[in-house]
Write a protein that binds this ligand. Structure first.
Ligand code: HEM
Length: 497
């Protein structure tokens, strides 16, 4: 009997020791973070503009901060140093994407580039689209389309100027981006397409769904029920179906017209037929549509909004507007043919664009990432599967990095080598590393050409009764943050119109 007592005692103490050891093993040194509420964690602290709320919280809890959203553990990087750790030092370990319910639905179950986790498939699609769509040579080859569409847009502005009508720049610039992307990416004209009258609602709607609070991501089982009650689920289905009809239309157009060669859809259809390979993958129609999704939404919802933000800052800062216009008019002189290459000589306009991308980065938290293994950043443990948010908005407003960070001062870039191409961790409107925006060349080509035309050909004034102080800088929030209240300006004819 006494032997049984001894064995029981040994088992008892051994299990205490093992339990202690395991606790030591699992006790992680997580980054500090604000206290959490039961079940929802820190969700109540996100507010309507999560990048701003996270910026405030990081002031208290540090440049690498832990948050909990329902079931999801997240960290937020908010300074150039911690952001560099995530996007450069640990880029490989941090470049996957978490599973996001509605991003998965919209991307035909993650068959796209932007929401697909880091994998062989992602690498193949990135390689393919970079070569076929995003190289400098390709971007240049679309130059005529951009020129035609910008000329058409400038004609509309001219008519409005003759009639002294105000122009809703948010709306018109979005239409310009949509017209260019339809032709460049889909080989069809926006006019007459399935999205002709709905592109604004569909694109903005998809971005809203992607940037919304998604209960399904944070609360397993009950979350999808909550999304059905809030209407998020049906909103997503509605916009997904509209977008899907547009993809069907442009694919049908390609299948019917055999003269269309050498564009991205033609290539993807060849891959579906097995005539060309994509590594080990056999493409299906859903792969084709998933890959096209990013071209549609990332292409349309970015360049136009960037130009709107530039024009907003210019109209609020008459001194800067005057200086930028003087430079553009001096460089272009009386050339009727405005070329994209002219931007090379427009040093001040380049600074104005950088300053706008600093103050209003369109994607303030980038696209969420996920740690693919346990890592240690800045001495803290980041366990596998943690969501990683990169708050570039916080970096761009950091007073230790930028003097007077809330003020619009393009001259701050004078004699500085800082650019937005992913090498300077204090300015990252396109991200950096493996997941950096591949459409930067295509997007900025349109931004430059549009701005040169707007500033060279027209003067701009506010509608009667409106003062410079009345122009607000409020952002709407989704995955991208465009100006919330549309910018309405009156174009004025000039000798250069
Ligand atoms: C001014 C214009 C644009 C801005 C500010 C912008 C910004 C961004 C940002 C911040 C990201 C996320 C990077 C990350 O998660 O680290 C991104 C990703 C992406 N962008 Fe852009 N973008 C612009 C234009 C475009 C255009 C015109 C296209 C295509 C036609 C495009 C296609 C993409 C794609 C496919 C991704 C996902 C890349 C990946 O996850 O591998 N973007 N963009």
């Amino acid at each position: 009997m006494s032997l049984w007592y001894i064995i029981a005692a040994i088992v008892f103490f051994a299990s205490i020791l093992i339990a202690k050891k395991n606790t030591r093993k699992t006790k992680k040194n997580l980054p500090p973070g604000p206290p959490r509420l039961p079940i929802i964690g820190n969700l109540h602290q996100l507010g309507s503009h999560p990048h701003r709320s996270m910026f405030k919280l990081s002031g208290k809890y540090g440049s690498l901060m832990s948050l909990k959203f329902g079931n999801v553990s997240a960290v937020v990087a908010s300074t150039p140093e911690t952001v560099k750790d995530v996007l450069k030092t640990f880029d490989l370990e941090c470049c996957s994407r978490p599973y996001m319910t509605y991003a998965a639905r919209i991307s035909y179950n993650l068959k796209d580039l932007a929401f697909c986790p880091y994998s062989n498939y992602w690498r193949e699609v990135r390689k393919l689209t970079v070569i076929e769509l995003y190289t400098a040579k390709r971007v240049q080859s679309f130059g005529d389309i951009r020129k035609e569409e910008v000329a058409c847009f400038a004609d509309f502005i001219k008519q409005s100027a003759s009639l002294k009508n105000k122009v809703n720049l948010n709306q018109k610039l979005l239409k310009l981006s949509a017209s260019v992307i339809c032709r460049v990416g889909f080989g069809i004209s926006l006019k007459g397409s399935k999205l002709e009258n709905t592109y604004e609602e569909v694109i903005e709607g998809i971005m809203e769904v992607l940037g919304s609070f998604t209960a399904a991501d944070y609360f397993p089982v009950i979350g999808s029920f909550i999304d059905r009650i809030t209407g998020l689920h049906s909103k997503c289905e509605k916009f997904f179906k509209a977008m899907d009809r547009f993809f069907d239309q442009s694919i049908k157009h390609h299948l019917e017209d055999e003269t269309i060669k050498d564009d991205i859809i033609d290539l993807l259809l060849n891959m579906e037929r097995g005539e060309v390979g994509l590594g080990e993958f056999q493409l299906t129609r859903n792969h084709t549509k998933g890959i096209l999704l990013n071209v549609l939404i990332a292409g349309i919802d970015t360049s136009g909004h960037t130009v709107t933000w530039v024009m907003t800052h210019l109209i609020k800062n008459p001194r800067v507007l005057k200086k930028a216009q003087a430079e553009v008019r001096e460089v272009i002189k009386n050339k009727d043919d405005i070329k994209e290459e002219d931007i090379q000589q427009l040093e001040y306009l380049k600074m104005v664009i950088k300053e706008t991308l600093r103050i209003n980065p369109l994607v303030p938290l980038l696209v969420p990432r996920e740690a693919s293994k346990d890592i240690k950043i800045a001495g803290y443990d980041i366990p596998k599967k943690t969501w990683i948010h990169v708050n570039i908005w916080a970096v761009h407003r950091n007073p230790n990095v930028w003097k007077d960070p809330d003020a619009f001062i393009p001259e701050r870039f004078m004699d500085k080598e800082i650019d937005y191409k992913g090498l300077n961790f204090e300015l990252l409107p396109f991200g950096s590393g493996r997941r950096m925006c591949p459409g930067i060349g295509m997007g900025m080509a349109l931004v430059h050409l549009t701005l040169i035309n707007l500033l060279y050909r027209f003067d701009w004034k506010l509608p009667d009764g409106m003062k410079v102080e009345d122009v607000d800088l409020e952002e709407s929030y989704g995955l991208v943050c465009p100006k919330k209240v549309p910018l309405q300006l009156i174009p004025v004819l000039t000798q250069w119109t």
